[in-house]
Design a binder for this molecule. Structure first.
Ligand code: ADP
Length: 615
């Protein structure tokens, strides 16, 4: 083949045409000898073929063992082909190149050399064209509110470089233009749109205007800058020319061959020249300023930006949160304070109750002692009797012993009497001690009859000439009250003693006392009634009225507390203490203590054996 360069050139041309007619997307390189070069067709497919055919020819000549082809693609097509490995090299505009560099690792190996006076680094700019003689549009700032034609909003040499200059003046094309008219490729459409009056201005690549005489006369460039050594009118800063770049999969040896081949091109011979890769930093700066392309991430909202954008919502939310926290803290505080107050009140109440209980116990104790005190005169007499008997028997034993008449029988008889009398005295004292003991109130299940028997025994034990006390218990055997036994005995003792006092000095038949125990009827149903009846003096009008008043007494040595305490005790047991002074027309009166019967339980009532013995 090298022997027939003409044939080779013909073959290359056929291949080129096939490539030109082929669909935009090339097939993956299936042949190591195939060299595919993707080019951005910014002026349309035909223009691209015409523009880059020197490159194709040069490479076909320099790489005889390879099949070189050009693939013309738009922005997206070129990117996709590069990503899919369908092309080995790409030629594109500087902006697109920088994007592919960041995304796909495209690496420039050459930059198009525009030839003197332009340098490869300062080769590309954009021009805003307006109809010649349009006096209303002089500077870029005048574009506000105008209709502007562009090829696309992605084009580097067209739109993006202009956008940078506008942004520097605070103009946002998307926001501030009346219309951004996208006319698509080829770029000549921009001239046509402005010429037809469909747009007030158009954005094109610099030097395009100068390429046709009719355009030069029909249009002028807006905001033209003076850029030294740049032969065309430009509205923007200048950027490096188009690069030729390898991709990650491009074989380095092939890249080297292509570089050498293209560096050898000369403008004079080939109509096109390449230089070593230029510096594309200016393109990076443009993208960074506009926050597009590889720097689009800068547009992503940062915390600061979000805070600035939503500060009203954030402030409202913070206010709500603060209000809620304040409210919660206040409620907590109030709850704490109220709880503390409640606790203090409860503690104070408990302390008060404790004091009341202690006082009550003290009062109960004093009341019991007072009853005992009133009975103590006779108590001494009562104890004197067994003691005198004991002393008599003891003396008698001594005498008999002295006389030598002490027999075993006499000793046994005297000792038996002494022991009996001593037991009697001990029994009296034991009851009194138990009654006088200071203790807290209790509740015990007990038969009312047992309480009466115990109280009568105590009463009789304390009196020298105790009157006759008859007890008549008609309650069922399982009738139980739940009471403090000592307190109830205290009541009964008081009633017995009052009855005894009322009949003092009267004939013996008037001194007898009766205790009747039965179940209440009518109002008192469900209650055990204990009625203490005397036949004494009865009550006069004052006594009847003031009977239960504290400190009311008609006795010289009385305290007047007995009945009032008795009523309190009865009520504390949910019972009653009443008086009935007209019992069957007989003299005297009857005091009735009624106590609620406890629900019958399976266990037998508490009943001590000595009660039965005393009865
Ligand atoms: P005290 O016995 O210390 O006087 P009480 O409260 O027991 O105190 O009795 C108050 C008063 O009621 C007695 O002083 C007495 O006048 C009258 N009284 C109480 N019981 C009888 C009673 N069975 N018969 C007549 N009067 C009574």
């Amino acid at each position: 083949m090298p022997a027939y360069p003409g044939v080779r050139r013909l073959l290359g041309a056929v291949l080129f045409l096939l490539a030109a007619l082929a669909p935009a997307r090339a097939t993956p390189a299936d042949d190591a000898a195939a060299v595919r070069i993707g080019v951005l067709a910014f002026l349309g497919t035909e223009a691209a073929i015409g523009e880059w055919s020197p490159v194709l020819r040069r490479l076909q000549a320099a790489l005889p063992g390879h099949t070189v082809s050009l693939v013309q693609l738009d922005h997206r097509g070129l990117r996709d082909a590069a990503a899919a490995g369908e092309i080995d090299f790409l030629i594109t505009n500087p902006g697109h190149y920088v994007e592919l560099e960041a995304e796909l690792g495209a690496s420039r190996i050459l930059t198009l050399d525009p030839g003197p006076p332009r340098a490869p680094e300062r080769s590309i700019g954009s021009a805003v064209i307006v109809k010649a003689g349009n006096g209303a549009l002089r500077t870029l700032a005048d574009l506000r509110g105008r209709r502007v034609a562009v090829v696309s909003t992605e084009g580097f040499g067209g739109f993006q470089t202009i956008w940078r200059e506008l942004a520097a003046q605070g103009i946002d094309p998307q926001r501030d233009f009346a219309e951004l008219k996208v006319v698509g490729l080829p770029m000549t459409g921009v001239f046509e749109a402005v010429a037809r009056g469909e747009a007030d201005a158009g954005i094109v690549r610099s030097c395009l205007l100068e390429s046709r005489a009719e355009w030069r006369t029909a249009f002028t460039v807006l905001g033209a800058r003076s850029e030294p050594d740049f032969p065309c009118a430009t509205s923007t800063r200048l950027y490096p020319d188009w690069p030729l770049a390898t991709l990650r999969h491009t074989p380095p040896a092939l890249a080297k061959e292509v570089t050498l081949a293209l560096l050898a091109m000369s403008a004079a011979r080939d109509g096109m020249e390449w230089a070593v890769p230029a510096d594309y930093q200016a393109v990076h700066e443009m993208f960074r300023e506009l926050q597009i392309g590889p720097y689009a991430y800068l547009r992503e909202p940062t915390l600061m930006v979000l805070a600035e954008r939503y500060w009203r919502w954030i402030a409202a939310f913070a206010l709500l949160l603060a209000a809620w926290i304040l409210y919660t803290v206040r409620v907590e505080h109030l709850v704490h304070a109220r709880t503390a107050e409640l606790r203090a009140a409860l503690a104070a109440r408990e302390a008060l109750e404790l004091r009341i209980r202690a006082n009550q116990e003290q009062a109960d104790h004093l009341a019991r002692l007072s009853v005992l005190g009133e009975l103590s005169g006779t108590l001494a007499h009562e104890l004197n009797q067994p003691l005198a008997t004991i002393a008599n028997y003891a003396h008698s034993l001594i005498r008999r012993s002295d006389n030598g008449r002490l027999t075993d029988d006499a000793v046994r008889e005297a000792s038996g009497e002494i022991a009996g009398q001593a037991d009697r005295a001990a029994g009296i004292l034991g009851r009194i001690r138990g009654f006088a003991k200071k203790r807290a109130a209790v509740r015990e299940r007990v038969a009312p009859g047992a309480l009466v028997v115990e109280a009568v025994a105590l009463f009789r034990g304390m009196l020298a000439n105790a009157p006759e006390v008859s007890v008549d218990d008609t309650l069922p055997a399982d009738a139980i009250v739940e009471v403090d036994p000592l307190q109830i005995q205290q009541v009964l003792l008081n009633l017995l003693k009052n009855g005894y006092d009322a009949a003092r000095g009267l004939p013996p038949e008037r001194q007898r006392l009766t205790v009747r125990i039965d179940e209440g009827k009518g109002d008192s149903a469900g209650h055990a009634r204990i009625a203490v009846r005397d036949h004494g003096s009865g009550l006069d009008a004052t006594a009847r009225e003031r009977l239960f008043e504290p400190f009311f007494t008609t006795k010289a040595d009385g305290l007047g507390l007995g009945l009032s305490i008795c009523r309190t005790i009865a009520e504390a047991h949910r019972g009653r203490l009443t008086v009935d002074e007209d019992a069957g027309g007989e003299p005297g009166c009857e005091f009735i203590l009624s106590l609620p019967l406890a629900p019958s339980a399976s266990e037998p009532p508490e009943c001590r054996s000595d009660h039965a013995a005393d009865r």
